[in-house]
Design a protein around this ligand. Structure first.
Ligand code: NAI
Length: 454
């Protein structure tokens, strides 16, 4: 039986390994993590992340050929193939701060693999990393352990949160990069055999290490990669801003690569993407404040949705964080509701500095028990009750189906809705009596007359 160990039980490691276990009954998969709380949750009825369909997959395999454990060293030593799916956030300090990827977690995982391995291993780079990381990691592995053969592969992950299980069942492509040596080719074949259990052969693309790494970074930023079905109309909807752990971080990575290679103009081009995204969020806040008579001080604003997109509980780089901070800066009172994000998480996000969020929890500040002006509620109707305005910041389906007459009746008047995701029927809502702002759409006649800063 092939034994796989995955280091990192996060949004990528957990679902990816669960699907491998489901589709490959002859493979034993163990997901390890240093975060005990996360592993305990993977072993409980309440998984640490929300993904449609994930519960079923885990239930079918857990305890059979899928295991979650904090025994990192033992499981690494026992396995044939090791996936490294640790976080690679943007550096917050030192050289390349604010742009370059922080490879601390990756490097410590690699050093641990070198330390504890007693037999040959295939090490698979699953995290998104700068180009040529595989080579650097290979050096760490081979210099720290003599007599053991480590073969490194790059197998970047293209899943999108919210549709992770469907993406894994039916990927546009699986990319495997490896060395063009006999050992490299043998390792590529071994990993291809795993995916071939359910992915058609023509969708498993094998290439060299460098190309596989670059493809992931480029796919996250290049609209021209048309085979990627996440890109195109699905990807280009107007909104209050993009979020998620990957997109901004990978753009910043490209900025850093360009700067290091003496291409400041190209670096500035990519930097602009992040700047425009930040502008979009502050513009939304300005729109809210200016529409509501240039002040939201002490006004209750309902925030519907906090996750960076629907069908996930992930809040990394969620535009809601910056929008809420902007409104709090203007002294609004916020009542926040999201169907999947916990109170603790929201309070942490609102009290944390940019980029800190992506680093492991033990490096994050302890969560404050409360923030003045913020209340977190468990129901959309409770959030909107007595509010002066509503901001829709995540496109959850349930916000499309609210009884908006009931919402209107419970609000202060004039009742404002600022739809940052374009999900409401503005025409219908105006008939009820709302003043509606939908991002990227013509202004409500009422708003046109307001002195606007946005
Ligand atoms: P995550 O932060 O959810 O999970 C990473 C896990 O690794 C954490 O639970 C952390 O405790 C653990 N970890 C860190 N160092 C460790 C060590 N030395 N030993 C054991 N465990 C360790 O991260 P996520 O979102 O799963 O991302 C992982 C990688 O995949 C990143 O490089 C990301 O860029 C990439 N990626 C993420 C996608 C997404 O949609 N979230 C999509 C495609 C790629």
């Amino acid at each position: 039986m092939v034994k796989i160990c995955c280091i990192g039980a996060g949004y990528v490691g957990g679902p990816t390994m669960a699907v491998i276990a489901l589709k490959c009954p002859n493979v034993q998969v163990t997901v390890v993590d240093i975060a005990e709380q996360r592993i305990n949750a993977w072993n409980s009825d309440t998984l640490p992340i929300y993904e449609p369909g994930l519960d079923d997959v885990v239930k079918k395999c857990r305890g059979k050929n899928l295991f979650f454990s904090t025994q990192v060293e033992k499981n690494i030593a026992d396995s044939d193939i090791i996936f490294v799916s640790v976080n690679t956030p943007t550096k917050t300090q030192g050289l390349g701060a604010g742009k370059a990827a922080d490879l601390t977690y990756w490097e410590s995982a690699a050093r641990m693999i070198a330390d504890v391995s007693k037999s040959d291993k295939i090490v698979v780079e699953k995290s998104t990393v700068p180009v040529k990381t595989a080579e650097a990691i290979e050096r760490i592995l081979t210099h720290n352990k003599k007599g053991i053969n480590f073969t490194i592969l790059s197998n970047p992950e293209f899943l999108a949160e919210g549709t992770a299980i469907q993406d894994l069942y039916n990927p546009d492509r699986v990319l495997i990069g490896g060395r063009e040596t006999p050992d490299g080719q043998k390792a590529i074949n071994a990993l291809r055999d795993v995916y071939a259990n359910w992915v058609p052969k023509e969708r498993i693309l094998c290439t060299n290490l460098w190309s596989a790494e670059l493809s992931k970074l480029a796919a996250n930023v290049s609209h021209s990669i048309g085979t990627d079905s996440r890109i195109g109309p699905k990807f280009l909807n107007a909104s209050v801003g993009f979020g998620g752990s990957c997109f901004q971080k990978d753009i910043l990575n490209l900025v850093y690569i360009c700067e290091c290679n003496g291409l400041p103009e190209v670096a500035n081009y990519w930097k602009q993407v992040v700047k425009v995204n930040d502008y979009q969020k502050s513009r939304f806040v300005n729109r809210v404040v200016s529409s509501m008579f240039n002040t939201v001080s002490s006004k209750k604003i309902a925030i519907l949705g906090f996750a960076f997109k629907k069908d996930t509980g992930d809040t990394r780089e969620a535009p809601a964080i910056d929008v809420c901070k902007g409104l709090l800066g203007d002294k609004a009172r916020l009542s926040i509701y999201d169907p999947q994000v916990t109170e603790d998480q929201i309070l942490k996000d609102l009290s944390m500095k940019k980029f800190d969020k992506d680093h492991p929890s033990h490096l994050q500040p302890a969560s404050p028990t409360s923030i003045k002006q913020v209340s977190i509620v468990s129901d959309a109707y409770q959030a909107v009750k007595d509010s002066h305005g509503i901001c829709i910041l995540t496109e959850w389906d349930e916000f499309k189906k609210l009884d908006y007459q009931k919402v209107f009746d419970s609000m202060q008047k004039p009742a404002f809705i600022f739809d940052g995701r374009n999900i409401v029927d503005a025409h219908q809502l105006r008939k009820i009596g709302f003043i509606v702002y939908c991002i990227g759409k013509p202004l409500d006649p009422w708003l046109k007359d307001m002195p606007s800063v946005a």
